[in-house]
Design a protein around this ligand. Structure first.
Ligand code: MN
Length: 247
Protein backbone atom coordinates (compact mmCIF):
# COMPACT_ATOMS: atom_id res chain seq x y z
CA UNK A 1 0.00 0.00 0.00
CA UNK A 2 1.20 3.51 -0.84
CA UNK A 3 0.98 6.55 1.34
CA UNK A 4 -1.86 8.87 2.24
CA UNK A 5 -1.20 12.61 2.30
CA UNK A 6 -3.06 15.46 3.97
CA UNK A 7 -2.73 19.21 3.39
CA UNK A 8 -4.92 22.29 3.72
CA UNK A 9 -5.10 26.06 3.66
CA UNK A 10 -3.10 26.89 0.54
CA UNK A 11 -5.27 30.04 0.29
CA UNK A 12 -4.36 30.46 -3.36
CA UNK A 13 -5.34 33.86 -4.70
CA UNK A 14 -3.74 35.95 -1.96
CA UNK A 15 -1.97 38.20 -1.19
CA UNK A 16 -1.81 39.00 -4.91
CA UNK A 17 -1.65 37.24 -8.26
CA UNK A 18 2.15 37.03 -8.49
CA UNK A 19 2.86 35.72 -5.00
CA UNK A 20 -0.03 33.28 -5.16
CA UNK A 21 1.35 31.93 -8.45
CA UNK A 22 4.72 31.24 -6.81
CA UNK A 23 2.99 29.29 -4.03
CA UNK A 24 0.82 27.44 -6.54
CA UNK A 25 3.95 26.34 -8.42
CA UNK A 26 5.43 25.18 -5.14
CA UNK A 27 2.31 23.12 -4.38
CA UNK A 28 2.60 21.53 -7.82
CA UNK A 29 6.30 20.70 -7.23
CA UNK A 30 5.25 19.02 -3.99
CA UNK A 31 2.56 17.05 -5.82
CA UNK A 32 5.12 16.01 -8.46
CA UNK A 33 7.30 14.71 -5.67
CA UNK A 34 4.63 12.74 -3.80
CA UNK A 35 2.55 11.35 -6.65
CA UNK A 36 4.69 8.26 -7.24
CA UNK A 37 3.83 6.82 -3.82
CA UNK A 38 0.52 8.63 -3.14
CA UNK A 39 -2.59 6.44 -3.01
CA UNK A 40 -4.89 9.04 -1.54
CA UNK A 41 -4.66 12.79 -1.04
CA UNK A 42 -6.88 14.75 1.33
CA UNK A 43 -7.11 18.46 0.54
CA UNK A 44 -8.73 19.69 3.70
CA UNK A 45 -10.20 23.08 2.93
CA UNK A 46 -9.30 26.65 2.02
CA UNK A 47 -7.24 25.45 -0.92
CA UNK A 48 -8.52 28.57 -2.67
CA UNK A 49 -8.82 31.86 -0.85
CA UNK A 50 -11.92 32.33 -2.94
CA UNK A 51 -13.77 30.07 -5.28
CA UNK A 52 -17.10 30.76 -6.82
CA UNK A 53 -18.65 28.66 -9.45
CA UNK A 54 -21.51 29.56 -11.77
CA UNK A 55 -23.29 27.03 -13.95
CA UNK A 56 -21.01 27.92 -16.84
CA UNK A 57 -18.19 29.99 -15.33
CA UNK A 58 -15.32 29.39 -12.91
CA UNK A 59 -12.67 31.88 -11.67
CA UNK A 60 -9.91 32.23 -14.28
CA UNK A 61 -7.08 31.22 -11.93
CA UNK A 62 -5.34 28.12 -10.55
CA UNK A 63 -4.78 26.38 -13.91
CA UNK A 64 -1.58 24.59 -12.83
CA UNK A 65 -3.03 23.12 -9.66
CA UNK A 66 -6.31 22.09 -11.27
CA UNK A 67 -4.46 20.50 -14.20
CA UNK A 68 -2.09 18.66 -11.91
CA UNK A 69 -4.94 17.32 -9.76
CA UNK A 70 -6.84 16.20 -12.86
CA UNK A 71 -3.74 14.34 -14.10
CA UNK A 72 -3.41 12.61 -10.74
CA UNK A 73 -7.06 11.53 -10.60
CA UNK A 74 -6.76 10.29 -14.20
CA UNK A 75 -3.93 8.06 -13.01
CA UNK A 76 -6.18 6.59 -10.33
CA UNK A 77 -5.05 8.58 -7.29
CA UNK A 78 -8.03 9.26 -5.04
CA UNK A 79 -8.30 12.94 -4.10
CA UNK A 80 -10.75 14.38 -1.58
CA UNK A 81 -11.56 18.09 -1.50
CA UNK A 82 -13.09 19.38 1.73
CA UNK A 83 -15.07 22.60 1.59
CA UNK A 84 -13.39 25.28 3.68
CA UNK A 85 -14.86 28.56 4.81
CA UNK A 86 -13.18 30.24 1.80
CA UNK A 87 -14.13 27.78 -0.89
CA UNK A 88 -17.50 26.34 0.12
CA UNK A 89 -19.17 27.39 -3.13
CA UNK A 90 -18.02 24.47 -5.15
CA UNK A 91 -20.65 22.62 -7.11
CA UNK A 92 -20.03 20.11 -9.86
CA UNK A 93 -16.88 21.37 -11.59
CA UNK A 94 -14.26 20.02 -9.21
CA UNK A 95 -15.88 16.61 -9.27
CA UNK A 96 -16.89 16.35 -12.91
CA UNK A 97 -13.92 18.06 -14.54
CA UNK A 98 -11.08 17.50 -12.07
CA UNK A 99 -12.21 14.19 -10.57
CA UNK A 100 -12.12 15.27 -6.92
CA UNK A 101 -14.51 13.88 -4.33
CA UNK A 102 -16.01 16.93 -2.63
CA UNK A 103 -16.80 16.63 1.09
CA UNK A 104 -19.28 19.05 2.67
CA UNK A 105 -18.56 18.58 6.37
CA UNK A 106 -16.83 15.84 8.35
CA UNK A 107 -15.60 12.54 6.95
CA UNK A 108 -15.19 9.50 9.19
CA UNK A 109 -13.04 7.03 7.38
CA UNK A 110 -10.95 3.95 8.19
CA UNK A 111 -7.82 3.45 6.14
CA UNK A 112 -5.87 0.26 6.65
CA UNK A 113 -7.34 -0.14 10.17
CA UNK A 114 -6.53 3.46 11.15
CA UNK A 115 -9.64 5.44 12.05
CA UNK A 116 -9.89 9.11 11.10
CA UNK A 117 -12.18 12.00 11.86
CA UNK A 118 -11.53 14.60 9.18
CA UNK A 119 -12.98 18.10 8.88
CA UNK A 120 -11.77 21.51 7.70
CA UNK A 121 -11.95 22.50 11.36
CA UNK A 122 -14.24 25.53 11.38
CA UNK A 123 -17.52 25.76 13.30
CA UNK A 124 -16.83 22.57 15.22
CA UNK A 125 -17.47 23.50 18.78
CA UNK A 126 -20.05 25.27 20.91
CA UNK A 127 -18.73 28.80 20.43
CA UNK A 128 -18.63 30.86 17.24
CA UNK A 129 -22.44 31.30 17.19
CA UNK A 130 -22.49 34.31 14.86
CA UNK A 131 -19.96 32.71 12.55
CA UNK A 132 -22.06 29.55 12.41
CA UNK A 133 -25.09 31.61 11.43
CA UNK A 134 -23.25 33.31 8.58
CA UNK A 135 -21.79 29.98 7.50
CA UNK A 136 -25.24 28.45 7.30
CA UNK A 137 -26.55 31.47 5.41
CA UNK A 138 -23.66 31.36 2.92
CA UNK A 139 -24.24 27.69 2.30
CA UNK A 140 -28.01 28.11 1.89
CA UNK A 141 -29.79 27.58 -1.40
CA UNK A 142 -31.10 31.15 -1.27
CA UNK A 143 -27.66 32.72 -1.04
CA UNK A 144 -26.41 30.56 -3.86
CA UNK A 145 -29.43 31.31 -6.02
CA UNK A 146 -28.97 35.02 -5.39
CA UNK A 147 -25.27 34.89 -6.15
CA UNK A 148 -25.95 33.09 -9.40
CA UNK A 149 -27.97 36.12 -10.51
CA UNK A 150 -24.90 38.38 -10.27
CA UNK A 151 -22.66 38.92 -13.26
CA UNK A 152 -19.40 36.96 -12.69
CA UNK A 153 -17.24 40.11 -12.89
CA UNK A 154 -19.23 41.50 -9.99
CA UNK A 155 -19.88 38.23 -8.17
CA UNK A 156 -16.30 36.98 -8.17
CA UNK A 157 -15.08 40.49 -7.28
CA UNK A 158 -17.44 40.43 -4.32
CA UNK A 159 -16.29 36.93 -3.32
CA UNK A 160 -12.67 38.17 -3.34
CA UNK A 161 -13.61 41.09 -1.12
CA UNK A 162 -15.47 38.87 1.34
CA UNK A 163 -12.58 36.43 1.55
CA UNK A 164 -10.13 39.26 2.30
CA UNK A 165 -12.30 40.60 5.11
CA UNK A 166 -12.80 37.11 6.57
CA UNK A 167 -9.06 36.46 6.44
CA UNK A 168 -8.27 39.75 8.18
CA UNK A 169 -10.56 38.71 10.99
CA UNK A 170 -9.00 35.27 11.17
CA UNK A 171 -5.41 36.44 10.98
CA UNK A 172 -5.90 38.39 14.20
CA UNK A 173 -7.00 35.14 15.80
CA UNK A 174 -4.07 33.29 14.20
CA UNK A 175 -1.52 35.60 15.80
CA UNK A 176 -2.73 34.90 19.29
CA UNK A 177 -0.98 31.91 20.71
CA UNK A 178 -3.93 30.81 22.81
CA UNK A 179 -3.54 27.93 25.25
CA UNK A 180 -4.40 24.50 23.94
CA UNK A 181 -7.36 24.11 26.32
CA UNK A 182 -8.99 27.09 24.59
CA UNK A 183 -8.60 25.74 21.08
CA UNK A 184 -12.01 24.77 19.68
CA UNK A 185 -10.49 21.91 17.74
CA UNK A 186 -8.93 20.51 20.88
CA UNK A 187 -12.14 20.92 22.89
CA UNK A 188 -14.17 19.28 20.17
CA UNK A 189 -11.79 16.35 19.70
CA UNK A 190 -11.43 15.73 23.45
CA UNK A 191 -15.20 15.61 23.79
CA UNK A 192 -15.73 13.46 20.71
CA UNK A 193 -12.93 11.06 21.62
CA UNK A 194 -14.55 10.32 24.96
CA UNK A 195 -17.39 8.48 23.16
CA UNK A 196 -15.78 7.36 19.93
CA UNK A 197 -12.90 5.19 18.84
CA UNK A 198 -10.81 7.44 16.63
CA UNK A 199 -7.06 7.27 16.08
CA UNK A 200 -6.53 10.66 14.45
CA UNK A 201 -8.51 13.88 14.32
CA UNK A 202 -7.13 15.88 11.43
CA UNK A 203 -8.09 19.51 10.80
CA UNK A 204 -6.93 22.58 8.91
CA UNK A 205 -8.28 26.11 9.34
CA UNK A 206 -6.19 27.23 12.33
CA UNK A 207 -2.94 27.59 10.37
CA UNK A 208 -1.21 26.27 13.43
CA UNK A 209 0.66 22.96 13.00
CA UNK A 210 -0.26 20.70 15.91
CA UNK A 211 0.37 17.08 16.80
CA UNK A 212 -1.12 16.53 20.22
CA UNK A 213 -1.98 13.36 22.13
CA UNK A 214 -5.59 13.34 23.42
CA UNK A 215 -5.28 9.99 25.16
CA UNK A 216 -3.22 6.83 24.79
CA UNK A 217 -4.61 5.96 21.37
CA UNK A 218 -5.72 9.25 19.88
CA UNK A 219 -3.97 12.28 18.46
CA UNK A 220 -5.06 15.64 17.16
CA UNK A 221 -3.28 16.91 14.07
CA UNK A 222 -3.56 20.40 12.63
CA UNK A 223 -2.13 20.69 9.15
CA UNK A 224 -0.78 24.25 9.40
CA UNK A 225 -0.87 26.14 6.09
CA UNK A 226 0.89 26.82 2.80
CA UNK A 227 1.14 30.58 3.25
CA UNK A 228 4.24 30.57 5.44
CA UNK A 229 4.56 27.03 6.84
CA UNK A 230 4.26 24.54 3.92
CA UNK A 231 3.28 21.71 6.24
CA UNK A 232 1.53 18.45 5.43
CA UNK A 233 0.83 15.11 7.08
CA UNK A 234 1.50 11.56 5.90
CA UNK A 235 -0.08 8.27 6.94
CA UNK A 236 2.46 5.48 6.75
CA UNK A 237 2.42 2.16 8.63
CA UNK A 238 -0.63 3.20 10.69
CA UNK A 239 1.10 6.32 11.98
CA UNK A 240 0.60 9.95 10.97
CA UNK A 241 3.49 12.42 10.96
CA UNK A 242 3.75 16.12 10.18
CA UNK A 243 6.35 17.34 7.70
CA UNK A 244 7.50 20.57 6.13
CA UNK A 245 8.05 20.77 2.39
CA UNK A 246 11.38 22.38 1.54
CA UNK A 247 12.55 22.86 -2.02
MN1 MN B 1 -10.49 28.02 7.11
Amino acid sequence: MGKVYFASDFHLGVPNYEESLLREKKVVRWLNQIESDCDTLFLMGDIFDFWYEYNTVIPKYYARLLGKLATMTDRGIKIYFFKGNHDMWTFEYLNKEVGLEVIDEELLITIDKTRFYLHHGDALWKGEISYKFIRKLFRSRWAIWLFHRLHPNFGIGLAKLLSVSSRKKNSVKDDIDIPLEQEYQYQFAMDHASNNEIDFYIFGHRHKPMDIPLNNNTRLINLGDWITKFTYAVLEDNNVSLHTYND
